[in-house]
Structures are given as C-alpha cells and as structure tokens.
Design a protein around this ligand. Sequence first.
Ligand SMILES: CC(C)(COP(=O)(O)OP(=O)(O)OC[C@H]1O[C@@H](n2cnc3c(N)ncnc32)[C@H](O)[C@@H]1OP(=O)(O)O)[C@@H](O)C(=O)NCCC(=O)NCCS
Length: 426
Amino acid sequence: MRYAHITGWGKFIPERVMTNDDMAKLVNTSDGWIRKMTGIGQRHLVGPKDSCATMATAAALEALDVANISAAQIGMIIVATSTPDYAFPSTACLVQDALGADNAGAFDLSAACSGFIYALGMAADAIKAKSVDYALVIGSEVMSRVLDWTDRNTCVLFGDGAGAVVLQGSDQPGGVLSTVLRADGSGGDMLYVRSNYNSMPETVQAAEVVQSNGGPGSEAPSCNGYLKMNGREVFRFATRILEHATRDVMYRAGWQADEIDVFVPHQANIRIIDSAAHALGIPTEKVFSNIEHYGNTSAASIPIAICEAASLGRLRPNDKVVMVGFGAGLTWGAAAVEWGTPRILNRTNRTLNRVRLGAAGMRSRARRAWRRMEDRLAGADDTTHSPPKAPHPSHSHEKSNNGHSTDPVPTEKVPLKAEERDASKL
Ligand SMILES: CC(C)(COP(=O)(O)OP(=O)(O)OC[C@H]1O[C@@H](n2cnc3c(N)ncnc32)[C@H](O)[C@@H]1OP(=O)(O)O)[C@@H](O)C(=O)NCCC(=O)NCCS
C-alpha cells in the first residue's frame, strides 16, 4: 500500500506589516475591537513586487529544501488560491516554470479558504494511486487586492502570504491518512468576490442575477470585485462545520478526539477556533494558532500554520494532526495526518535548487525568444501582449522600516490591472 507523507514545508510572509492601529487610521475601528472579536493583532500585506506566484514560489522553494529534493522530482504542483495573478495561465504554471520543475503537471485549485485541504486531499490521492511520487501543495493569497478598504466589516480580517508542503510517496504507513472534502453551494452568497473580468454593465448583471435567481443570492451582487461577506452567517456556519468536519475525518482515520496531538484549524477567527476546540474537547495547548500575527490568509493559512508549528517543534514524529478548513463556496474540508520523521537539510540539494531556479529563469527566457523567432521565421504577426513571466522569489523580499508601514493606506486600494501586475513582477 502507498502512503503520502508530508516531508517538506515552507512559507513566505510579505515584509510589510499593517497593525490594528494602522487599520484604525483607515476605517472606524480599534485595536481593542479587532483583538476581542477576532484575535487578530496585525496582518502582512504584499509589496509592489510581490504577487500570488512570487509568494508561492518562495514558499515552495523552502519546502523543497526541507524535503531535501530537487524540483525535477516533483510530479504535480497544485496552487490553492482565490487571488491568482491571471485567470490563466495558472499560478501553478508560473511556479513550475520558476522552479524548473520539468516533470510536473501544474494547476490551480479554487476552493477559497478550504483550498489547501482540498489540494492536499487531491495530491495525496494521486500519490496513493501511484500517479506521482512527489507533489507540491501550495496555498498562496493576495487578499489585500480583493478587499474593500473602506469596509470595516471585512478589511480588518484578512492578510497576504503563502505556505507550501511537499508530499512524498512511501510504503511506510503514515502521512495523510484520511480527508474530508465537502461543499454547499447554496451558501455562495455568504462570502464572495465577483470576477473582475466580468465587464458587463452593472444593471445588466443585476437583471441577470435576479432573472436567473442564481449566482450569489437573489440580491444583485456588487460588480467591483471586492470581497463581500455576511459575517454573522459565516461565523455560525464555521463554528458548526469545524467540529463536524473534524469528527468526520477522525472517524475515517479511526481516531478519538483525545488522541489528537495537534489541531491546526483555518485561522479565520480565534473565537471560531476556541469554540470548535471546546466542542471537540481538545485542550488549548493542542491547538495551533497564529492568527494574531497574520489574520486570515485564506488558502495560505493552514500551510503557514503547519510550517510554523513544525519550525517551533510543535509537530513531532508520529503525532496525530488534524487540519481543518472552511470558506467561501461554501466549502469545508479536513485532513488527518500522521506526522513523519524530521528531515535533515542537505546543503547539496538546497544549492542545486537555487542553481535550478536561476537556470529555469534563463531557460524560460530562451524558450520565449525561440518561440518569437519561430513566429518571425513563419511570417506570423507578433500579437503577444505582455506575456506572463515566471516570478523570481528574490523580488519578494522588500524591507521597509523594519517591516512596519508608516502609511496605513495599502499601496493598492483596488485590485491591480493586469498590466500593473505584469509590471510588478518584473
Ligand atoms: C466579522 C465578525 C468578527 C463580526 O462580529 P459580529 O459579532 O458578527 O458583529 P456584527 O457584524 O454583527 O457587528 C456588530 C457591530 O460591530 C461593528 N463592527 C463591525 N466591524 C467592526 C470593526 N472592524 N470595528 C469596529 N466595529 C465593527 C458593526 O458595525 C456592528 O455595529 P452596530 O451594532 O453599531 O451595527 C464575525 O461576524 C466573524 O468573525 N465572522 C466570520 C468571518 C470569517 O471568518 N470570514 C472568513 C471565513 S473563511
């Protein structure tokens, strides 16, 4: 029998910090209210050179180092994201190109904050079915670009970042033992972001939604691409579903609640986490939470938490770990994972991956140049406009004022246009 073990982990957190006090300069809120109601103390926001793909690549590179494997060994890359750089190509393809992961299939997965658990489940199943031996599972989000920075109900809750794990096939029992992936689309109107590429006039869209009585609710959704949320409803759903999904996945793994060593829930609100842990009878010391530092980073929240828990020595060999997420869709999911043995970092593979990264950039440019030359030789018109380029993670490390922002207003108050995103990557 084949098992899928987590053998590598990495994260990328943008340098720029926005504290609750910074937030209070922007909307009518306070550090006291945000901490009391959510547990959030600050969040990190991308700089002009960061993107979903640059963060995903940086996190993936760290995970490859920990797993001590080369990018060429990866057979599958899944990026869970709701804030990709492009509708297509997928962020996963940009990561594949940047890493030089020549033997990998790559695709994005959209399941909002549950995306990482969904991707983990898909990749683990591919490994168990022997389709691939190694998979990279990444959650990367630029939530700051879909937030309405005038809406205190939502803008205080989210942050940016990326986390990644390497899954490795093995005959040794352990790893991802069971997963639960579920959805209830009837709750789509509780939390949504409308697509920016839908450029029909607002009135036409509103008429269509009302006519079809579909889409997110009977009320006409906003067309501006900002996140909309019914906080109360989401809160109620989340507290119920965290407990339910955790019980479900424990049952499938044959575990009891008192056997759980580490509980890693989606970091949306400390009150939701505490309520679920209490209902499950899981003591506080077994719950991992870092929401105070990062806010809700959507699909990135669980892999960032895993990465931190592992770095802090909170995950020990053979620990029984439950990860559980929920989010827009509505979606939810959980994974029961028996933690593997720690990896020894091998400097050779680390160096090789850095060399490969440089070579991948050159190879990518050479391939583009070659395609352009072929086009010219064939007499074709050059109709390519600003093609997507693989990101370089080194672009993402921007320090400003010890990471603290002096300007409370985020650099991008509205989602970037495609050309701006291209420019920000170069
Ligand atoms: C957002 C959340 C903290 C709000 O808590 P709540 O108890 O539901 O509060 P309400 O939305 O009913 O608002 C209560 C009051 O606080 C106010 N308020 C909302 N946001 C505020 C803020 N950032 N600062 C100060 N006051 C705020 C509201 O305007 C309201 O004021 P009013 O009574 O004068 O009208 C809570 O609903 C929540 O966490 N929901 C889940 C959100 C989530 O996790 N989403 C992501 C899922 S992946």
